[in-house]
Design a protein around this ligand. Structure first.
Ligand SMILES: [Zn+2]
Length: 183
């Protein structure tokens, strides 16, 4: 951020009084522009044992497979955002059953959350965001062509526990591997 979204004057990076982090602070109106992580919310839709995957029609990761999901909007609950994204990306109607994953990505300031969901019917359709959509058996998941690590972890977790009454919540973080020690 270079300019204040309130008054248009320049912002500078500094630690405000009683704070401990660098913030973008307006040089004119003193407004502090806090920036916080964004939430990605999605579903793992299931129909008769198969899962719904979407081939991405947009960057990033164009052409790779993913679960329907996207940025949570203001004024929206986590689950409502997941249902909206499932409708927008796959034209699929689902009933959420449980939250199955919360994955923090502190290096890119995101949190990805997925709800397990039952499809109301096997109806779905491609959209500008998804060039191909498929119901895939667990043994046919294209593991080498999954778009995002959070989607892969969520799918792996589902495959490990899908035959249980309730799937435990996967709560984890993805951080880059530590740098090798310099000799
Ligand atoms: Zn300002």
């Amino acid at each position: 951020m270079k300019y204040c979204s309130l008054c248009g004057h320049k912002v500078v990076l500094r630690v405000p009084e009683d704070d401990h982090r660098m913030r973008s602070v307006c040089t004119h109106c003193d407004h502090i522009h806090y920036e916080n992580p964004r939430v990605i919310t999605g579903t793992l839709p299931v129909w008769e044992g198969k899962i719904l995957l979407c081939k991405r029609g947009i960057e990033p990761r164009l052409g790779y497979w993913t679960l329907p999901g996207g940025f949570l909007e203001n004024g929206e609950s986590l689950v409502d955002g997941a249902l909206r994204e499932t409708e927008e990306e796959a034209c699929a109607q689902v009933i959420p059953s449980q939250l199955i994953s919360i994955i923090s990505l502190p290096t890119v300031n995101q949190i990805h959350c997925f709800h397990l969901a039952d499809m109301v019917s096997p109806a779905f359709a491609t959209t500008p965001e998804s060039t191909e959509i498929a119901l895939v058996a667990l043994e046919d998941i294209p593991w080498d062509d999954i778009a995002f690590k959070t989607v892969k972890k969520t799918l792996e977790h589902y495959c490990a526990f899908y035959d249980q009454d309730r799937i435990p919540l996967l709560e984890t973080s993805i951080t880059p591997p530590p740098r090798p020690a310099v000799a």
